[in-house]
Design a protein around this ligand. Structure first.
Ligand code: MOS
Length: 737
């Protein structure tokens, strides 16, 4: 089954992005850029209160503005499904999904309460400002820390406790009890969410939406509006998403409502402020207790995470499970709780759960290294887990030792003086910190179709997405390798709900899921090509099977007689286009193993003692993720993750006014993300890791692992520089001075 890479195989090559020319020339069009004569524009009006009811909406002034076509509210919206199930999607949290414009209830500040539709977007926005909305306001409750006693167990499974945790903690020579805090963070992709709904003459809808899953959005619209079989969703280009496009966002149903009511095509694009009115990374309190022998050997570990959620859904992610699998430890107890607040439901954000959990765990490990008086890297090696103790399984592969060794070597870790405040450069204190990262190697069911056109071009399609990750490029490489064609003869199509079924693009699972399906579809197509070739009279292939032929340089040839070959293009010139569709799902052999990517990240910071400013001058991130299909796009994934990890450590925080229950810094001026000047040298190493269990390709995915552990490494480097522990993100200068 495996397509082994040869010297000329496109697999493993640093191919430039195949969609690059379209993007840099502006020909790649995004959801809010599709035009149509007579297209109408909707502007969303959001609630200024966080909890209560709408008493009345007076829209007369807005409706009187020339060019305004509709003011849509809960009072005049089209019919919507009445059952909760209809509003669920592939990334739903447990509970009752929000129903847009369903009734007069206000559940969070920023909830959409009306859509004003006009001939142009500025007019719609202006008219929206004329709405007179009266509310019955109730005091909101938005503070996680004030609601801790209301925390309930998060739904979903946690690893069973093991050993005698309390006894081991009591008996430990070294004992640490530590609390870590992390704030709300919002996704801020360059492209805000937008939907353009084309109302076709026969009443069907063709929707350009910003999403990580076209079929997820298609099913959502069909169910909510009772439009089975009448909706197509397209999303060929996405300007970043990071998880924000995993669920259908409210601009989609609002645009559909307006299109249905008016029988016209409508676009709704969110403003940057409105990007702060839906999912986000939840604020958390994490409590970790470590018990260890004097030499740092772990004896007991507890990790409790308490996160915020909405009143209507219990959002869960894997925050604490990593703490039971990353290090060898006989006595472990994990706990995960949620506090419902008057806020919207959190949402997966890059490395959901792991980015938070590993921040706390890896900071605590650094504190343990200090307490035991041993090097932080040595502490990790001393407690290295050869098996996943959560599930008592071996790893399918785990090249984490190599990550530690190669990362440390490249960084120069062995020259690190153990004492904090012992490195200086001019006015600045210099510190070195490190951390481990882990993410699961998922595989979801997926399918793909491969078609060899009469001109010899291979067109492969699957309804996945490319959110900037490089899906177009790596799928082109996988298909080219599987068919023995040069990459410039291969075209990959995605982002269309009519294509073969694909999962959401998320969880770092696209190469493993869709890539495997692409490879299988090409294998099925090879069989079809052989079948056709065998039909021609006196075919040299008549008596052979697929195992006797190979596909190289656009030709099919006999393995035993390489000079006996036929050009693939020649076969389809005779037969016409040939196509094959195939599906792939996780192989049963995976069940006996733990499957995960790992990383070791090393960070240098320079801290100005007088000003408290922190510069991350150098990062080395060593990654073990199985086979890397494209080292160029994969490196970009890791660099992006590291940049975000630096933002998580030092910059990002959505601040809420708990009196109003409302985010205050909902713009890119006051919500800080790292800019170029904040980023120093970032070096990425992919260590070799062969894995024959994880999937046919041996690839584990690289989308999330880059961010995991980075914030802990930065925090630990700051401690090494300054001697100060800051256990609350982001580490801003006020906390350092
Ligand atoms: Mo990612 S948070 O799985 O889009």
């Amino acid at each position: 089954m495996n397509t082994l890479p040869s010297a000329t195989s496109p697999l493993g090559q640093p191919l430039d992005r195949v969609d690059g020319p379209l993007k840099v020339t502006g020909r790649a069009r995004y959801a809010g850029e599709f035009q149509e004569p007579g297209l109408l524009h909707g502007s969303v009006v959001t609630s200024r209160i966080a909890r209560g009811r709408i008493l009345a909406i007076d829209s007369r002034a807005a409706e009187a503005v020339p060019g305004v076509r509709l003011v849509l509210t809960h009072e005049n919206r089209p019919p919507l499904a009445g059952y909760d199930k209809a509003y669920e999607d592939q990334d739903s949290a447990e509970g009752r999904a929000y129903r847009p414009l369903f009734n007069d209830r206000i559940l969070w500040s920023g909830q959409p309460v009306a859509l004003v539709v006009a001939d142009d977007p500025e007019l719609a926005r202006y008219a929206g400002s004329l709405l007179q909305i009266r509310y019955a306001e109730e005091a909101p409750d938005t503070d996680l820390m004030a609601g801790l006693e209301r925390a309930h167990a998060a739904p979903g499974e946690l690893p069973e406790p093991r050993g005698d945790v309390d006894g081991a903690l009591r008996g430990a020579v070294l004992r640490l009890d530590l609390d870590y805090l992390s704030p709300v963070e919002h996704h801020n992709p360059l492209e805000p969410h937008a939907s353009t709904v084309h109302y076709l003459p026969d009443g069907r809808l063709e929707i350009h939406d910003k999403t990580q899953g076209v079929q997820n959005c298609q099913q959502y619209v069909e169910k909510v509006f009772g439009l089975e079989g009448r909706v197509r969703v397209l999303s060929p280009f996405v300007g970043g998403a990071f998880g924000s496009g995993l669920r259908p966002q409210y601009q989609l149903p609002l645009a559909v409502m307006a299109a249905l009511r008016l029988g016209r095509s409508v676009r709704v694009a969110l403003t940057r402020q409105q990007m702060f009115t839906f999912g986000y990374r939840p604020r958390t309190l994490q409590r970790i207790s470590l018990g260890a022998a004097a030499d740092g050997q772990l004896q007991a570990l507890t990790h409790q995470a308490i996160g915020q959620t909405s009143r209507f859904e219990d959002f869960t992610e894997h925050v604490v499970k990593w703490s039971g699998m990353l290090y060898q430890c006989p006595n472990v107890r994990l706990d995960y709780r949620l506090v419902p607040l008057d806020v919207f439901t959190p949402l997966d954000m890059r490395a959901p759960g792991a980015a938070l959990g590993l921040y706390a765990l890896e900071c605590a490990m650094d504190e343990l290294a200090c307490a035991a008086g041993i090097d932080p890297l040595q502490l990790r090696l001393k407690n290295y887990a050869e098996r996943d103790q959560n599930e008592d399984k071996p790893f399918s592969s785990k090249a984490l030792r190599e990550c530690y060794a190669q990362g440390a070597e490249r960084f120069g870790w062995s020259r690190r003086p153990p004492q904090p405040r012992s490195l200086r450069e001019g006015d600045r204190l210099v510190g070195w910190g490190m951390a481990t990262g882990i993410w699961e190697a998922l595989q979801m069911p997926a399918s793909a179709k491969a078609c060899l056109e009469p001109d010899g071009r291979l067109v492969v399609g699957s309804a996945t997405a490319d959110i900037g990750t490089g899906t177009y490029t790596v799928m082109t490489q996988i298909a080219a390798a599987a068919m023995g064609l040069p990459v410039d003869r291969v075209e990959f199509r995605l982002g269309d709900s009519r294509l073969s079924r694909a999962p959401l693009e998320g969880g770092s699972a696209t190469v493993s899921s869709v890539g495997t399906a692409v490879q299988r579809a090409c294998e099925a197509l090879r069989q079809r090509l052989l079948d056709v070739a065998q039909q021609s009279p006196a075919s040299p292939f008549s008596a052979v099977g697929l195992e006797d032929v190979e596909f190289i340089d656009g030709r099919m040839r006999l393995k035993d007689a390489p000079h006996t070959s036929v050009e693939l293009a020649q076969i389809v010139q005779v037969s016409g286009a040939l196509e094959a569709e195939a599906s792939a799902r996780a192989d049963g052999k995976r069940k006996a193993y733990a499957l995960a990517t790992h990383s070791a990240v090393f960070v240098e910071v320079k801290v100005d003692e007088a000003l408290g400013t922190v510069e991350v001058s150098r990062v080395v991130s060593a990654i073990a993720a199985g086979r890397i299909v494209n080292p160029k796009t994969a490196t970009s994934q890791i660099v992006g993750g590291v940049v975000w990890g630096i933002g998580m450590a030092l910059h990002e925080e959505t601040l809420i006014d708990h009196h109003l229950g409302r985010y205050m810094n909902h713009n890119l001026a006051e919500y800080h993300v790292p800019v170029n000047a904040d980023i120093g040298e970032i070096e990425v190493i992919f260590v070799e890791e062969r894995d024959e269990i994880v999937n046919d390709l041996g690839s584990k995915g690289v989308g999330e692992i880059g961010i995991v552990g980075v914030a802990a490494a930065v925090a630990s480097a700051i401690h090494h520089a300054t001697g100060k522990r800051v256990r609350e993100l982001p580490i801003t200068l006020d906390k350092l001075l």
